[in-house]
Design a protein around this ligand. Structure first.
Ligand code: MG
Length: 376
């Protein structure tokens, strides 16, 4: 279904601020498609195709629903996207409904990011990925107006970007071996856990390589005893940290494990936005910031700064996304201790060019804004 028929099928009208613009027809556009002096939002669904089926502790999938967004302003185009893995509770329909409910045409200044976020939060309390898509397009636009990438606007040193990890999902031994071979350019492997064969997966990896691993249990360990036992076992396996060892509701139990664990614990599902950060410091050593949880870069930057001020580790993560959102997150990489920015590498239909991974390290493009170029 193409975008127009999708919108018709959904019975969704296009407001004055939501223009019927074809992404593919406009390309990397400086073409004026809307009157100047207004923010003009347009969007289309775009299903991300995964190279490998994605197996996590709780489900499997081969695609990720996504909505691609652009904001036209005074002859410039800002790009953004919303990626909606099912556990986040958003969908193409909910993102479409939220974006259609916005009247961005009331804003005449793309630099008014704080006000636009306050406006979006007043429209609906959740819809975090949908808000992120607008936030990213605004940051892209503002950076292009300023002629600078965001890491420079924030005053960050791109030489300080950490290595990024490459994800090895839960899978059969043959597929795990294949993925470890694919991951040979990377200096850190991220291992998904939370099933009965966790130790076997690590043993397979350790039979092939001694690069450091980080482990994401995805809430899969259900008791503090099991979580601590796994942390102690992993500490002898050149593991850097453990992400979300237990269900997010088990805050006190996680604090108990943190007191005793030889490895740092990083919160992922347990936190979403800026107000969650301080509580995380009670039970975790660090936080995993993802743009689709944080409503985009505006709050993600503040979360990174607050976490560092609290003495916590900062990890930057992503969903399966195109290079648009992954490169956006990478703009913050100089503030991060750990990066897990491989979401674009896990899909077969990326439509943007952006960050590069060179010798395992996040390497930021020098192009202004988010630093991305629409392909084709
Ligand atoms: Mg995680």
């Amino acid at each position: 279904m193409n975008r127009r028929s999708f919108l018709q099928a959904a019975g969704l009208g296009l407001s004055a601020a939501v223009l019927p613009i074809s992404f593919s027809a406009c390309g990397e556009s400086t073409k004026r498609v809307a009157p100047s002096g207004r923010l003009n939002l347009s969007f289309e669904p775009y299903e991300l195709q995964l190279k490998h089926a994605f197996n996590l502790a709780k489900y499997q999938r081969t695609t990720t629903p996504d909505v691609q967004v652009r904001i036209d302003y005074d002859g410039l185009v800002g790009y953004g996207e919303a990626s909606m893995p099912p556990y986040l509770g958003e969908s193409v329909e909910s993102v479409t409904k939220f974006l259609n409910s916005l009247d961005l045409g009331q804003f005449t200044d793309p630099f008014a990011i704080e006000d636009i976020h306050a406006y979006m939060d007043s429209v609906a309390p959740d819809n975090r990925a949908a808000k992120a898509s607008v936030d990213l397009a605004l940051h892209d636009l503002v950076g292009k107006i300023m002629g600078q990438p965001w890491y420079k606007i924030w005053g960050l040193n791109p030489e300080k970007c950490p290595n990024t990890s490459f994800t090895i999902g839960i899978d059969t031994e043959d597929v795990v071996r294949q993925k470890v071979e694919e991951a040979s350019p990377y200096r850190v492997l991220k291992v998904k856990m939370g099933l009965d064969n966790d130790k076997e997966t690590v043993d397979i990896i350790r039979s092939m390589t001694d690069v450091p691993i980080c482990v994401d249990a995805n809430q899969g360990w259900n008791s503090k005893g099991q979580a601590l036992e796994m942390c102690e076992w992993l500490a002898d396996k050149n593991c850097l940290f453990v992400e979300q060892p237990m269900p997010k509701e088990m805050h006190d139990e996680t604090a108990w494990v943190r007191e005793r664990s030889p490895l740092p614990l990083i919160a992922d599902e347990a936190l979403q936005r800026l107000p969650d950060v301080k509580r995380m410091s009670e039970a975790y050593d660090g936080i995993n910031i993802k743009l689709m949880k944080s409503t985009g870069l505006h709050e993600a930057y503040q979360m990174a700064v607050l976490a560092r001020a609290l003495g916590m580790k900062v990890m930057l993560g992503c969903m399966t996304e195109t290079s648009c959102a992954v490169t956006a997150a990478a703009q913050l990489a100089p503030l991060a201790d750990f990066a897990d920015l491989d979401g674009n590498l896990l899909i077969s239909n990326d439509r943007f060019d952006g960050l590069k991974i060179v010798d395992g390290k996040v390497t930021l493009p020098s192009a202004p804004g988010l630093g991305v170029t629409l392909l084709g």
